[in-house]
Design a protein around this ligand. Structure first.
Ligand code: BT5
Length: 249
C-alpha cells in the first residue's frame, strides 16, 4: 500500500475530514494527520481528547471484504500497533477487544472505524487512530489513561511514531489481504488483556451497566469475541457489549 499523507495543524476530526475525501474517490492509503483536534471522536458518540503532542490520524482503506467483517480491520490495526510499539520502544502494550491499546489497565489509545457500503460491499473504510504519545492526558476518563512518554519517561518524536506505526500498518494490512485473518488471531491471543480463565464483566456499551459475567474463549474469524456465559457459548459484537475489567473482590 502506498501512502499519501496530508498533515494539518488543526482539524475538528481527522475522520470527518477524510470521509469527504473518501466520498470523492481518494485512493486507499490516503492518511490525514492533525497535530490537534477540536472535536475528536470516540465510539458511540463519545469524545476523544486530542491536544497537541498526541498521534491523531486517519487512514483510508478500501478492503475487498464483506461489511460484516469490518471489525477484523479494527483488531488488525490494534494488534499491529501494539506489536510495533512493543518491538520498537519495549513498552508492554496489550490490546483490549475490540479497539483499545492498553498498558496494564490504562488506556494508551483507541481506534474508531467508520465505513460506507455500496451493493453490500465496502466502498470505503476509515480507520481513525488516536494514541497518547507526548500529550497531556485527559483527567476524567472512563478508565485511567496513559501515554507513551509517561511509560518511557521521555518524549518520543512524533515523526518517529508515525514512521513506526504506518510501516507496521501497511505491512500487516497487505499480509491480511494476501493471507486472511489467521495470523492476526494468533497474535491477538498473545496480546489480548482479556485473558482466558478469569471472569470479565459484560457491560452495556452506552451506560456501562454490568449485566453478566463471562469467560473469554477466543476471537472468531469475523472479529467477534467468543465467550462462555454460564453454560452457553456466545459470539459478541462490539456494538452490543463492552467488557469491563474484573470487579475487585
Ligand atoms: C476510542 O473510542 O477509543 C476511539 C478513539 C479514536 C480517536 C481517533 S483520533 C483520530 C481519529 N479522529 C477522530 O475524531 N477520532 C479518531 P472509545 O472506546 O469510545 O473511547 C472514548 C473514551 O475514552 C472517552 O469516553 C473517554 O472516557 C476516554 N478518552 C477520551 N480521550 C482519551 C485519551 N486521549 N486517552 C485515553 N482515553 C481517552
Amino acid at each position: 500500500m502506498r501512502y499519501r499523507i496530508l498533515i494539518f495543524d488543526l482539524l475538528s476530526s481527522t475522520n470527518d475530514y477524510i470521509k469527504d475525501l473518501a466520498e470523492s474517490g481518494a485512493p486507499e492509503g490516503t492518511v490525514i494527520i492533525a497535530w490537534e483536534q477540536t472535536a475528536g471522536k470516540g465510539r458511540l458518540g463519545r469524545s476523544w481528547a486530542s491536544p497537541r503532542g498526541g498521534a491523531w490520524f486517519s487512514v483510508l482503506l478500501r478492503p475487498p471484504i464483506l461489511p460484516e467483517r469490518a471489525g477484523c480491520i479494527s483488531i488488525l490495526i490494534a494488534v499491529s500497533l501494539a506489536r510495533a510499539i512493543r518491538e520498537h520502544w519495549g513498552v508492554p502494550v496489550g490490546v483490549k477487544w475490540p479497539n483499545d491499546l492498553y498498558v496494564q489497565y490504562a488506556k494508551l489509545g483507541g481506534i474508531l472505524i467508520e465505513l460506507s457500503c455500496r451493493s453490500e460491499k465496502i466502498a470505503w473504510l476509515v480507520a481513525g487512530i488516536g494514541v497518547n504519545v507526548n500529550n497531556e492526558l485527559p483527567k476524567e476518563t472512563r478508565v485511567p489513561a496513559t501515554s507513551l512518554a509517561r511509560e518511557l519517561g521521555r518524549a518520543v518524536p512524533l515523526e518517529e511514531f508515525f514512521d513506526v506505526a504506518l510501516t507496521a500498518l501497511a505491512h500487516d494490512y497487505e499480509r491480511f489481504l494476501a493471507e486472511g485473518f489467521g495470523f492476526v488471531q494468533a497474535r491477538w491471543s498473545e496480546l489480548s488483556i482479556l485473558r482466558p480463565g478469569r471472569a470479565w464483566t459484560v457491560c452495556q456499551p452506552q451506560t456501562g451497566e454490568a449485566h453478566a459475567q463471562c469467560e473469554v474463549l477466543g476471537l472468531a474469524e469475523s472479529g467477534r469475541l467468543i465467550v462462555r456465559m454460564g453454560e452457553k457459548i456466545w459470539e459478541l459484537t462490539a456494538e452490543e457489549v463492552t467488557l469491563c475489567p474484573p470487579q475487585p473482590s
